[in-house]
Design a protein around this ligand. Structure first.
Ligand code: GTP
Ligand code: MG
Length: 435
């Protein structure tokens, strides 16, 4: 497979000023020559007429770049064609690439080759996928750090320390009868316990890195007519949900994305909570509750001109944000201790927005720390911690060595040192074509 010349559109689909097609594989030089006549100097853009290798028809006048391996993204011989970005140009050159012996790449195939050629580890590859998907500055920072090898250094560092401990433990087994310094076995146990505590502290991050990657879900809950949809619209600055004076307007969950302090937030407007007789509305209320169960944060909306309703009060829990909407009509009714806002006049909305951003940053904030970003990493780290915990109970040196070895393997799975095809498939399936 790796000897194929693969190619893909690296830039976005559709019409654009420039479209970038890139190719990679040992036969890339031949493919470039077949289309462009001769190879440009390495890493220097050259303007070339591209021709179909069979018909010799001129397809475009384009910039061609040649990256001889191993100093390329994939580590293989690679090339880029910067074309005029029309769909027919791209299609024509793609056809010519096939005629020259290339084939379209699978999603993630470029980065997979980079990984297989040792250009990056699995966490860096994931960082690149995240960077391409990043919607907010916070996500970009986290992805860039990961793509730059921050997680690889952290997990690789732990693996290296464990490997050193394993070597000491194995020495202890081999030279058991000889005079090794007393307490060597103990020293291994102490060092392993220290590492275990470090990994456990990294795991106890409240899921912030994972939340930042995936985005935060905020569910808006409240009685019919409290003004939930009006608030959603006011917060996102467009008419995302239908607003009407009739109670029970919203049925489906209406979602809109928002960037709050660098954290991507999905605001979910829901059906007003009540015992609905109407079948469709009742389904809406069920959906509202389900979304609320999944939410990272609840925004409870009461109308200031009404007494607080029991259905909404039932969702009041520590960490929930409470607002008293329609502050233009009345001061908050007794029993509602919430931020006064008015979706109609906009009063209090800036304060609400900054409160929401504060909460989002607290739950998914970017910090200088290197945070865990994926469930895959979490599972492997928990596995490693579990093996290190076994060490305490194991008295036989062989069992201790076995536990250390298993912990090293668990860490190796994260970075891809312990390669499993299934893991690779799962990681690279996230990529889009061209990455
Ligand atoms: N005066 C005043 N009216 C408001 C305010 N916010 C919403 N309204 C009105 O209240 C009514 C209900 O607003 P919606 O946003 O549809 O309320 P909802 O909570 O989404 O209602 P359901 O979808 O039925 O659950 C509409 O007539 C709005 O114009 C406000 O801050 N002040
Ligand atoms: Mg509504």
């Amino acid at each position: 497979m790796n000897s194929d010349v693969i190619f893909a559109l690296a830039s976005g689909a559709g019409r654009a000023a420039v479209a970038v097609l890139r190719a990679s594989g040992p036969g890339t030089a031949g493919v470039v020559v077949a289309l462009a006549g001769r190879l440009p100097a390495p890493r220097m853009a050259a303007l070339r007429r591209l021709r179909h290798p069979e018909s010799a028809e001129v397809l475009d006048q384009a910039l061609v770049l040649w990256f001889p391996g191993p100093a390329s993204y994939t580590g293989e011989d690679s090339a880029e064609f910067h074309l005029h970005g029309g769909p027919a140009v791209v299609a024509g050159v793609a056809e010519a690439l096939v005629a020259a012996g290339g084939r379209p790449a699978e999603p993630g195939e470029f980065t997979r080759r980079a990984f297989l050629n040792g250009k990056l580890d699995l966490t860096a590859a994931e960082g690149i996928a995240d960077l391409v998907a990043a919607e907010t500055a916070g996500q970009r920072r986290q992805a860039l750090r990961q793509a730059g090898g921050a997680l690889a250094a952290l997990y690789g560092g732990w693996a290296a320390r464990l490997t050193a401990l394993l070597a000491r433990q194995e020495a202890f087994i081999e030279f058991e009868d000889e005079d090794l310094p007393a307490g060597l076995d103990d020293a291994v146990g102490v060092a392993a316990a220290g590492l275990r505590a470090e990994i456990a502290a990294h795991l106890a991050d409240g899921g912030r890195g994972e939340r930042l990657r995936e985005g935060l879900l905020v569910a808006i809950l409240g009685a019919p007519n409290a003004g939930k949809s009006s608030l959603l619209n006011a917060l996102v600055g467009r008419e995302a949900a239908i607003v009407s004076a009739r109670a029970g307007t919203t049925r489906d969950v209406v979602e809109a994305r928002l960037d709050l302090g660098g954290v991507p937030v999905t605001l979910a407007d829901t059906a007003g909570l009540r015992d609905a007789a109407d079948e469709i509305e009742a389904e809406g209320v069920r959906r509202a509750r389900r979304r609320a169960e999944e939410a990272d944060l609840l925004l409870l909306v009461f109308a200031a001109d009404r007494p607080a309703d029991a259905e909404t009060l039932a969702w009041l829990r520590p960490g929930a944000l409470v607002v008293a909407n329609k502050s233009d009509l009345a001061a908050a009714a007794a029993g509602i201790d919430g931020m006064p806002v008015s979706a109609r006049t906009g009063a209090g909305l800036d304060e609400l927005r900054s409160r929401l951003a504060e909460e989002a940053v607290a739950r998914a904030g970017t910090t200088a720390e290197t945070l865990l970003t994926r469930p895959r990493h979490r599972a492997a780290l928990q596995d490693a911690v579990g093996w290190l915990a076994e060490l305490d109970g194991a008295s036989l040196p062989e069992l201790r060595a076995e536990a250390l070895r298993a912990a090293v393997r668990a860490l190796g799975r994260i970075t891809g040192q312990v390669g499993v095809e299934a893991v690779l498939d799962a990681v690279f399936a996230e990529f889009c074509i061209g990455k």
